[in-house]
Write a protein that binds this ligand. Structure first.
Ligand code: FAD
Ligand code: NAP
Ligand code: SF4
Length: 679
């Protein structure tokens, strides 16, 4: 883009180029580093190449790869410490540069230190992390030298592999950051004690890396600008580190806002958009090199606002690039209503990473499966009826129509979305509106014949070549005496506001919906996801005064409406154990802070005027409640399927209609996508 044309684009700050040494970035959006697991599959080079090349074609200015360890002690994942490991990387960098020679690709060097899943994790001191697998071995002087040399060697090999630069991660509780923080660095030699000694390790690494790669190679360093740790880094230390790194030849500082073990959510959907960029903005005033900001920036107008405010020079979007590889081009071409927005659920990305599964994306089941799930024109265009416009029906209909099929999409409701219309009403789940906006636009774009307000029977499905039933679920009614008592209400009626909820409440069932309902009925005031001050109060963060870590000495204050709520389940396991790996703790903690009682191992006896009678560990109890809300899971809605089957007609079942047990939107959309590319 020329300087003259910049004035005409809708996002002038996003689409203004940036010079980094001899490298010119064509815009200010980069794809942030994410470990996908593709690094570790047998055909890693082919799959990574397809994955990154698709994002390069989608318009990003720069791509940062998932973390690559420089040393065997740095983690079990992909490593680059020997020349024999270079060719795999060369294939990836060639693919990206072939897709668009203007896109830069930078390799992240990640040594996980005390949280590495390695034979022998290492650290500055033998201090076990809350989330680490073992007590790390304290590095001696030779060990420290070996690690510094490993970073320099890795960077030189990255250059040989065709990368345009490296990013060194010095945050999040990984090796480098544990040298910086007092509670993980107990040393008394020249690598510990005073601040000068604690920051010696990162500065020495940068000095040696710069010497190994020369002056014209992009060198990014990622720091925890606010580490969210009680007793973490003080603001003066953050500034001093950043200045030291600049002096040693770092081209760009990337700001990060976490240690993995901190008890503040920093990227979950309950975090307001761009919540942390003000911290980058403050640091930017202290430095003369460009800064990258990140976290919950998922739409181009948010990136534009951040850049226009002067909070940063570059915006990192990581998960949004899983959700929509073409996000940047869509912004450039004024097609932002076509963006498939990351809803920050973590369900198919981080939750997979932390459970050893390949990453993908809830809203884009093609993510990281680019070589397997291919949306190609249909060989024969068919007339397809899709019944149900929930996530499964929507995903199927839009992909099938994109392939050239003539799709008619029915729903009994007067709006698309199915259960997402319930999910979006839960405080902290406002991003679900974006998914509905996206699918609404896709319906128009692909010419789908949408028929709302139409409960379909078998007779309505004559004349179609294929019938796809995405009719969803029916809430389960437990077989408990008194379940038809006036105190008992269904979760759907609570969420839609049809049922009145009393002051003392029992929730029968503590799955995802039980937790969401508890959130809804105990919530007071504005959603923290929409108001940064509410969010800061709820999680005990002081953005302005930045005590150590941004959180030291601050008590979270969660507003509650005073309702007395008991969340119940029959299983003996901990309540909420089945929630998302990386987000479940935030829901448990919020409800605990609002005084919600969580009780496992119950046996429901009956409901009557006295309340809910139950047995807990063999002891009979009565919960004197005004309302019992049933959140006891679901059964598939198969009425139409059975009607068709009785008439000897075939139909495809997807989503909840196929299997309601352990159903979520991730599975519904994945199954729909797989059928839509094959039909
Ligand atoms: P549904 O969404 O149930 O859609 C089925 C559609 O079919 C409905 O619109 C219905 O009107 C229509 N229909 C049925 N029969 C007929 C007929 N005969 N004629 C015409 N139309 C018909 N999942 C997650 O992954 N993450 C979450 O965070 C999450 N949060 C949730 C929060 C809440 C409060 C709820 C209720 C659910 C949540 N879910 C979440 C679950 C997720 O919404 C479901 O898994 C998903 O909606 C299932 O999709 P589906 O398309 O199979 O069915
Ligand atoms: P769920 O997660 O399967 O939970 C159902 C709950 O009901 C469980 O606590 C279950 O535990 C209980 N139950 C099951 N049968 C029962 C019976 N006959 N009588 C009494 N209790 C019974 O289902 P859900 O909460 O309805 O959620 C539906 C889906 O939506 C889930 O699969 C979930 O993944 C998805 N969702 C996800 C999120 C998210 O944030 N990721 C949020 C909401 C929903 P016991 O049997 O131990 O009592
Ligand atoms: Fe975003 Fe959820 Fe997709 Fe992860 S799985 S990229 S958080 S939408």
């Amino acid at each position: 883009m020329t300087a003259q044309s910049i004035g005409k684009v809708k996002y002038p700050h996003v689409f203004s180029p940036l010079q980094i040494g001899p490298h010119r970035l064509k815009n200010r959006i980069l794809m942030g580093s994410m470990h996908t697991g593709l690094e570790d599959v047998p055909n890693a080079a082919e799959r990574l190449s397809a994955y990154f090349a698709e994002r390069a074609r989608g318009g990003v200015g720069m791509i940062i790869t998932g973390g690559i360890t420089p040393h065997p002690s740095g983690g079990r994942g992909a490593k680059l410490s020997e020349p024999a490991e270079v060719p795999m990387h060369r294939q990836v960098t060639d693919a990206v540069h072939a897709a668009d020679p203007d896109v830069k690709i930078v390799m992240q060097i990640l040594h996980s230190g005390p949280i590495a899943h390695a034979e022998q994790p290492v650290g500055p001191s033998a201090v076990k992390s809350r989330i680490g697998p073992a007590v790390p071995k304290e590095l001696d002087e030779d060990g420290i030298e070996e690690q510094i040399a490993a970073f320099a060697n890795c960077a030189a090999l990255a250059r040989a592999a065709g990368y345009d630069g490296v990013e060194i991660i010095g945050s999040a509780g990984y090796l480098i950051s544990t040298f910086l923080v007092e509670k993980t660095n107990l040393r008394t030699d020249r690598w510990g004690g005073s601040w000068e000694n604690r920051m010696r390790f990162p500065l020495e690494i940068v000095r040696r890396v710069r010497a190994a790669v020369g002056p014209d190679f992009i060198l990014i360093f990622r720091i925890s600008a606010m580490d969210m740790l009680q007793g973490g880094l003080a603001w003066e230390e953050v500034v001093s580190l950043a200045k030291g790194l600049e002096a040693e030849g770092v081209n760009v500082i990337s700001t990060h806002f976490c240690w993995h073990e901190s008890l503040v959510p920093t990227i979950a959907t309950m975090v307001p958009r761009a919540a942390f960029t003000q911290v980058t903005g403050r640091l930017r005033k202290e430095l003369s090199i460009p800064l990258i900001t990140s976290n919950r920036i998922n739409m181009p107008h948010v990136a534009e606002e951040v850049l226009a405010r002067g909070d940063a020079d570059l915006v990192s979007m990581a998960r949004p690039m899983l959700a929509d590889p073409d996000l940047v081009n869509k912004a450039l071409e004024g097609r932002e209503d076509e963006i498939n927005t990351c809803i920050a659920c973590n369900q198919a990305c981080l939750d997979h990473t932390f459970t050893g599964k390949l990453t993908s994306c809830l809203v884009n089941a093609r993510a990281c499966r680019e070589t397997e799930v291919i949306v190609a024109p249909a060989r024969t265009a068919k007339r397809i009826a899709v019944v149900g416009a929930g996530p499964a029906g929507l995903a199927f209909a839009t992909i099938a129509a994109e392939r050239g099929h003539a799709v008619t999409l029915f729903d009994a409701a007067d709006e698309i979305g199915g259960q997402f219309n319930l999910a979006k009403r839960i405080p902290g789940k406002e991003e679900f509106y974006e998914t509905l906006r996206y699918f609404g636009r896709m319906i128009d774009l692909h010419g789908i014949d949408l028929r709302l307000g139409k409960r379909v029977g078998a007779a309505d499905l004559d004349g179609f070549d294929e019938v796809v039933l995405a009719t969803g679920i029916e809430p389960r009614t437990p077989d408990v005496p008194g379940i038809d008592h006036p105190k008992v209400v269904r979760y759907i009626d609570v969420i839609t506001g049809k049922a009145r909820v009393g002051q003392k409440v029992a929730i029968m069932g503590a799955g995802g919906i039980g937790f969401d309902v508890a959130e809804l009925i105990t919530h007071e005031g504005t959603s923290g996801a929409l108001d940064i001050d509410v969010f800061a109060r709820e999680w005990g963060i002081d953005f302005r005064n930045h005590p150590r870590g941004g959180v030291t000495g601050i008590e979270p204050q969660v507003a509650s409406n005073g309702r007395e709520v008991t969340l119940l389940q029959r299983k003996a396991s901990a309540v909420g154990k089945g929630l998302g790996r990386t987000t479940g703790w935030t829901h448990r903690l919020t409800l605990q802070r609002r005084g919600v009682q969580m009780v496992a191992g119950v046996d429901y006896r009956r409901v009557d005027d006295a309340g809910l009678h139950l047995t807990i560990e063999g002891e009979e109890r009565v919960l004197d409640v005004d309302t019992v809300i049933v959140c006891a899971g679901q059964e598939p809605a198969r009425e139409l399927f059975n009607e068709l089957a009785a008439a000897g007609r075939e139909a495809h079942l997807i989503g909840g209609a196929y299997e309601a047990g352990e159903l979520d939107a991730k599975r519904a959309i994945k199954q729909a996508t797989e059928l839509a590319v094959a039909i």
